[in-house]
Design a protein around this ligand. Structure first.
Ligand code: KIV
Ligand code: NA
Length: 279
């Protein structure tokens, strides 16, 4: 299938078709997701937790993101790939934001970049990146790069006032030129209210079924990342258990000298050659 464009996503929204979005950080996972028919892949800065073993997304660098985005692009050449702008790659200035967004396009073959927040400076970054010809996705609600201010991994927009403020942010982000917005960790009614008012695709993670599409962190939904599992994650498989079981079986068989002993997994040599070797 041909790679979907932002026009395809807009037309999916107008037809009421859901956009399917997953994170990936490496070649193998991206390849499987493309095969499975995922519409859009996010190379998230959740890379920090999922693949690099940090507690937060803060230590993730542009070079980390570029390296992993390249791998995902190689695994999923026909899927729309979004590169997540890491902490401090866009906060300082419009110029830095444009340059770093450009790296995702030039060096990693991304189709779009994503950045967090809805304040005036973020709106300026979105405008600047968009004017440089790069598609930008906004990200509001539970935004991990604002964790200090949010005070933990908590759902956002749970009062009418807080919800109205998110709806307003979404409208400003759309006006600033974003091609889409990701809404994270809000009640279903809020995800729906934002999507109903928007003229661009609204994607949700932990935002209920009223958004135009759904995102999950792949390592959560296949049961690989078990340090912490948010309420909104549905487990579609227990890959962590499957892998741990396979590793444990291998450990046992090697220790008991049961692997590799069968003909299927060993190379043969003519008997006379073996005899000559013994001399
Ligand atoms: O980094 C990421 O994977 C994200 C999602 C959790 C929204 O930004
Ligand atoms: Na992120």
């Amino acid at each position: 299938m041909a790679k979907k464009t932002i026009l395809d996503f807009q037309s999916m929204v107008s037809k009421g078709e859901k956009i399917v979005y997953l994170t990936a950080y490496d070649y193998l996972t991206a390849k499987m997701q493309e095969r499975a028919g995922v519409d859009m892949i996010l190379v998230g800065d959740s890379l920090g937790m999922v693949s690099l073993g940090y507690d937060t997304t803060f230590p993730v660098t542009m070079n980390d993101m570029i390296r992993h985005c390249q791998a995902v692009r190689r695994g999923a050449p026909n899927t729309f790939v979004v590169g997540d702008m890491p902490y401090m790659s866009y906060q300082v200035s419009d110029e830095a934001a444009i340059a770093n967004a450009g790296r995702f396009i030039q060096e990693a073959g991304a189709d779009c970049v994503k950045l967090e927040g809805g304040g005036p400076r973020i709106l300026s970054r979105i405008r600047a990146i968009n004017e440089a010809g790069v598609l930008v996705m906004g990200h509001i609600g539970l935004t991990p790069q604002f964790m200090g201010q949010i005070g933990g991994y908590k759902a956002q927009g749970r009062s009418a006032q807080a919800a109205m403020s998110l709806i307003k942010q979404a409208q400003l982000i759309e006006e600033a030129g974003a091609c889409s917005i990701l809404v994270e960790g809000v009640p279903t009614a809020v995800g729906k209210a934002i999507a109903e008012r928007a003229g661009i695709p609204i994607l949700g993670i932990g935002a209920g079924s009223g958004t135009h599409g759904q995102l999950l962190i792949y390592a959560d939904m296949v049961g690989m990342y078990d340090n912490f599992t948010p309420k909104f994650v549905k487990k579609y498989a227990n890959v962590g258990e499957v892998l741990t079981g396979a590793f444990a079986e291998y450990v046992k068989e090697v220790r008991e000298n049961k692997f590799p002993v069968d003909a299927e997994h060993t190379y043969k040599m003519p008997e006379e050659e073996i005899a000559a070797l013994a001399k």
